[in-house]
Design a binder for this molecule. Structure first.
Ligand code: ADP
Length: 185
């Protein structure tokens, strides 16, 4: 069967679980020979988005660049998984309108949980005033209003969240049911 492309756009606060879910979904799909690319906000900052900061304008530019590349890949039949805070609703909506099979995944956990996890120690630095424009602390995060998927990472395990994403892809006929069942979670 010819693989259809799609963009799974994971948005959410730092430490909400975007990278964890993105990498695990990618692994599961790759095991079944789907062509997958992960575009992680932290990783693309070193090249695709190099030189851009954290003002609203720069963040929107970053998101548009990631969206541009994601579109190139998805229209060539690749499942693209983006993990990026992407805090502004308008630019996410803009991408949703201009992309095919754009699936917004809200990776959601309360700010207090994200602060507690503080995977990269950034919340501590932001609260100490060492980092400015930090989403959730000194910069806004605009929640998605109509995401296709909400992964509540404070209530469910990473495995359950991954299954939620794979189930959605299956319902949309982007992966086959058979393949999903073969992917043991
Ligand atoms: P982000 O990419 O959003 O900054 P990370 O994926 O780097 O977040 O970190 C999320 C942390 O939360 C990891 O330590 C992960 O193990 C933990 N975690 C707990 N539950 C979940 C879940 N259901 N989904 C994803 N991550 C989870």
């Amino acid at each position: 069967m010819k693989q259809l492309g799609a963009i799974l756009w994971l948005t959410g606060l730092s430490s909400a679980g975007k990278t964890t879910i993105a990498n695990r979904v990618a692994q599961k799909l790759q095991k079944q020979n789907y062509k997958v690319e992960v575009l992680d906000g932290d990783v693309v900052r070193t090249h695709l988005c190099a030189g851009l900061g954290f003002s609203k304008q720069d963040r929107d530019t970053s998101v548009r660049r990631i969206g541009f590349v994601a579109n190139l890949l998805s229209r060539n039949g690749i499942i693209v998984i983006v993990a990026a805070i992407s805090p502004y609703r308008e630019v996410r909506e803009e991408l949703k309108k201009t992309s095919t099979n754009f699936i917004e995944v809200y990776v959601q956990a309360p700010l207090a949980v994200c602060e507690f996890r503080d995977v990269k120690g950034l919340y501590a630095k932001a609260k100490a005033g060492e980092i400015k424009h930090f989403t959730g602390i000194s910069d806004p995060y605009e929640e998605p209003l109509n995401p296709e998927i909400i992964c509540q990472t404070d209530k469910f395990t990473p495995e359950q969240c991954v299954k939620q994403v794979l189930d959605y892809l299956e319902r949309q006929n982007l992966i086959s049911a058979l393949d999903k069942n073969l992917i043991s979670i």
